[in-house]
Ligand binder design. Structure first.
Ligand SMILES: [Zn+2]
Length: 300
């Protein structure tokens, strides 16, 4: 056999060997890189470790934001194979509190209905920030509303129980902060919201989930209708200081909230974003100024 033919034979043998080592069926299946919903067993990282709000991992289908629809994305509670919910664009200025209780997008609630103000905390529970927020609320004697992500409720049931035990209102913020939930089928929306409610009530038996808040405020009539059919009112907000964004300073959060909050305002804050130190600092100032103004609070 010539040297040339030996070379060809060796190459053929190598190809055969490769074919045996990497048979088609053992290649990473497409499903291995397909996003699946997180579960507690997927080792959800603390919400504060996510980078979903970094702005550079936007999902292509993330809807563009419109006025007052800048609710924060969730941090990624699972592995890197799980897509980070995308943030919406920076918010435009928020309107003054509405005189009508249901002047939010598509008739959602964006006013408490009386002179009391409401603090709402989204995207938790977070083992790092939720206990701090609960401590601050307890010190002030304030009841608030927590819009919980189902995957986190499943991962941190003790925090859900703490929220409920302390008398705060519970709100469904979808299973994994799906910005496109409202565009999914009625069955998918119902399944998502039910799974989230199940995680919440498993953690806090007997607790009522009174409200639904769509991720990013990306409301659709269908999502609102399904939530209503499940006994949940759709809750928007009046004031959104973008506290989930790490670039927003404590002073900016404080000034935005104080400048734009009047009687009846529903303030959107986050206990589930990556670094809420600035929010917590601003919250101290907000409590002080709201007290000076004579505001009282409602948990909705
Ligand atoms: Zn959110």
């Amino acid at each position: 056999m010539s040297r040339h033919k030996l070379g060809i034979a060796a190459a053929a043998a190598l190809l055969l060997a490769l074919a045996w080592v990497w048979p088609e069926g053992e290649r990473p299946p497409a499903s291995a890189t397909t996003a699946t919903e997180p579960t507690a067993s997927a080792s959800p990282a603390p919400a504060s470790e996510g980078d979903g709000e970094a702005g550079d991992t936007a999902e292509p289908e993330a809807p563009a934001s419109s006025a007052a629809e800048s609710d924060a994305p969730a941090s990624d509670p699972a592995t890197s194979s799980t897509p980070s919910p995308a943030p919406s664009d920076p918010p435009p200025p928020v309107a003054e509190p509405a005189a009508n209780t249901y002047d939010g997008p598509l008739g959602t609630r964006n006013h408490t209905g009386d002179d009391r103000v409401a603090l709402t905390f989204d995207d938790g529970p977070s083992p790092e920030w939720t206990p701090k927020v609960l401590d601050m609320l307890r010190e002030q004697g304030v009841k608030a509303t927590f819009c919980l992500i189902g995957a986190y409720a499943e991962a941190y049931p003790e925090l859900v129980a703490d929220i409920a035990r302390e008398g705060h209102t519970l709100c469904n913020h979808s299973w994994f902060h799906e910005f496109d939930l409202g565009k999914q089928s009625e069955e998918e929306i119902r399944s998502n919201l039910q799974r989230t409610n199940d995680a919440i009530t498993k953690a806090a038996p007997g607790a009522e989930v009174k409200y639904f808040r769509h991720a990013g405020g990306q409301w659709t009539d269908r999502a609102i209708a399904v939530a209503a059919d499940m006994g949940m009112e759709s809750l928007h907000w009046t004031v959104d200081p973008s506290d989930w964004d790490n670039r927003t300073t404590e002073a900016e959060i404080r000034d935005h909230v104080l400048d734009r909050s009047g009687p009846g305002a529903i303030v959107l804050l986050h206990d589930g974003a990556s670094n809420q130190k600035d929010m917590c600092g601003a919250l101290e100032s907000i409590f002080a100024e709201f007290s000076r103004r004579g505001y009282t609070y409602t948990a909705l």
